[in-house]
Design a protein around this ligand. Structure first.
Ligand SMILES: [Fe+2]
Length: 446
């Protein structure tokens, strides 16, 4: 049976096609329309999905009436969105089944994870009325143990601070995370913590320190991250307790993209799985998983449109040696916001200006992070120290070693570190690093 999962109408629409336990296709709408975070489906993504057959059933990632009720409660007025009507308008009339917003997040994570049983922690801005939730999952069973309700929301807090520094909320949170390394967390800590504790941040906090013409946005970002990490740790402790000391954690929701904070999870859980698309777009897979309650075969994040062809290892190596930077677009596109090797820029990490060169090519700010890739065996004993579960090297030691080795901001290296686990050990980039590449340092990609 061909089943489609759809997440659309809010931000970053996506469509997944599943047959039994096989994920045949999953992609963001934006990859076809060229509109960043496009919230609607388009004919091209529908045509791509139809290559796998007509859908027998549609799974929608949230409950529309609950969403309408919450919007009314939030003072956003009556504005009911009917997925059924919307899908009919774009020519899709298969039967629809709905899943709850956080249930879709939890199921996307658990049913793609390698675990038979796990505690699942979901943190996002808002989904129906929930803003965070803790689940216990085993086999076909999912049970919600706890939830945080609107207006208290770590995701809304982070988005409000993103807006306060002049970036785009619900889109640029990763840029705020990249700014953290340049700021002083203590400078505005008390004020930012006060915002988290006492304000409803759904409509932002632009009035906070609005007369301060010299507001140091980097330090606002640093204080935001500090408060986020403190609250994130409290949620991890709660998840550990409610999950009866379970060793396996699945972390989901848009906040699971905060890879600077994610390392904290390893303090409390031996094994951590973050599906590479943990936000609402990943819930296209999640809606199917939530309604069927069975494991999906996870073979990697390369689930999008296929450009075909062999991975051009030789060409890439030649170009890397020659110019230090090379772009690659090959095979199936990544499902998720991170470039993981099939649509990526690769760079030789030697040379003090390589970071700036890549940033110029990509027209992005100097502080934006990179993902370093090295072989797991070097990662464990190197200052990156992230691959596997070895966390014996202290952060101070990592910083000392990295200062001597590169001019990258240490926090950026660690920010990207969690990515390495599912890149280095599994996917195509490993072939580049392994293929007679003279560098133990590996490559950077972006
Ligand atoms: Fe969400």
């Amino acid at each position: 049976m061909i089943e489609w999962g759809i997440s659309a109408g809010a931000h970053d629409a996506s469509l997944a096609v599943v047959d039994g336990d096989k994920i045949l296709f999953a992609s963001h709408s934006e990859r076809f329309s060229g509109i960043k975070n496009d919230k609607w489906l388009n004919q091209q993504i529908i045509d791509e999905a139809l290559k796998f057959g007509k859908p027998d059933k549609i799974h929608w990632y949230e409950k529309p009436w609950k969403r309408t009720a919450r919007r009314l409660y939030c003072g956003m007025g009556w504005n009911h969105f009917s997925p059924k009507k919307y899908l009919k308008e774009i020519g899709i009339d298969s039967p629809i089944e709905y899943a709850s917003h956080h249930e879709s997040h939890a199921a996307a994570g658990f049913y793609t994870s390698p675990f038979f049983g796990a505690t699942v922690l979901v943190i996002d801005a808002i989904g129906e009325f929930d803003t965070a939730s803790i689940w216990t999952c085993a086999g076909h069973h999912m049970k919600k143990l706890w939830r945080m309700k609107y207006p208290q929301s770590l995701g809304l807090f982070y988005s409000a601070m993103t807006d306060r520094v002049g970036l785009k909320p619900n889109e640029d949170e990763y840029i705020l995370m990249g700014m953290v390394a340049y700021g002083d967390a203590e400078k505005y800590y008390t004020g930012v913590r006060g915002l988290w504790e006492h304000e409803n941040l759904h409509r932002g906090c632009r009035s906070w320190r609005h007369t301060d013409n010299d507001l140091d946005n980097y330090s606002v970002a640093a204080a935001t991250q500090k408060v986020y990490e403190e609250e994130f740790e409290k949620l991890l402790i709660r998840a550990k307790e409610l999950g009866h000391n379970q060793d396996n954690l699945v972390l989901m929701g848009g906040c699971a993209l905060n890879c600077s904070a994610n390392h904290i999870a390893r303090k409390y859980f031996k094994n951590v799985w973050i599906m590479p698309n943990p936000g609402d777009a990943g819930s296209s897979i999640g809606a199917i998983a939530a309604n069927n309650r069975r494991k999906l075969k996870w073979e990697g994040p390369y689930l999008g449109a296929d450009m075909g062809g062999e991975y051009p290892i030789k060409k890439l190596l030649t170009e890397l040696h020659k110019s230090g930077i090379v772009g690659v677009a090959n095979g199936r596109a990544e499902f998720g916001p991170r470039a993981l090797g099939n649509r990526s820029l690769l760079a030789d990490p030697r040379g003090h200006d390589i970071k700036d060169k890549v940033n110029v090519i990509k027209k992005r700010q100097k502080f934006r992070p990179f993902a370093p890739v090295i072989l797991a065996e070097y990662a464990i004993s190197s200052p990156f120290n992230s691959s596997g579960n070895d966390s014996s090297t202290s952060t101070t030691e990592q910083r000392r070693l990295l200062r001597g080795m590169t001019d990258f901001r240490v926090e950026m290296i660690t920010a990207a570190a969690l990515l390495m686990d599912f890149v280095v050990n599994t996917y195509a980039i490993k072939r580049i690093v392994c293929s007679n590449y003279s560098l133990k340092e590996g490559v950077l990609f972006s």
